[in-house]
Design a protein around this ligand. Sequence first.
Ligand SMILES: [Zn+2]
Length: 247
Amino acid sequence: MRVIRGLVLALVLAGMGAGTAVAAACGSDALGTSRTITLKRGAGGAFGTVQHAALPGLERGEVVLTFDDGPVPVLTPQVLDALKAECAKATFFMTGGNLDAHGDLAKRVVAEGHSAGIHSYSHPHLGTLGEVAQLDDLARTQAAYQRLFGVTAAAYRFPFLEETPVLMSALARDGVAVFSIDLAITDWQPADTTPMLAERLSKALDEKGGGIILMHDANKPTADAIATLLRVIKQKGYRLVHVVWEG
Ligand SMILES: [Zn+2]
């Protein structure tokens, strides 16, 4: 009994510790980041149930936030500010073109504790390109990433989620993790309003029960809605998990 009491006390204290940290920085009502899942750099893998297996260790009721197509001025900072206000950590899949054009912003993303992967150089339909062009796109993107961060990216998301055998082989060879998704809010339509995106997110969470969420930080309606979308996640009782790479 004493052992059980001790264990319960330890769990309560651990929970209080995390809660206190969030409360100090963000207020007790913040979404916060409940825990991290650490993946080994170079271990490869392919995750996200739309195309692959679920991310190992991710439980029902947990979500992973991912943002594609940035970084871009104005909109990416808007998303970063909203994440900071909620102590929320995410993964950004950046294009090589934007890494080259907006390196300072890419560095800000990582400096604020988020993870960064890559998302092709110029967002082509890779399946329409020949083998050499596909491999060249990957090499250019990794070179842009390496110039900024000193290492190549550990994770890749295909543009339009259009996977190709050529790049799946190359990424597996290089040990780069392929990140598909579990749910999306189809946030690329310019006329989308914040209530529309919030409703789509709420519905997708109800259907899937959590998982890797795809959003676009380069999309103005998403940047305008992101503070509300984070509140939706919190109010529906989901816990945010941050994916990091080490090694
Ligand atoms: Zn994209």
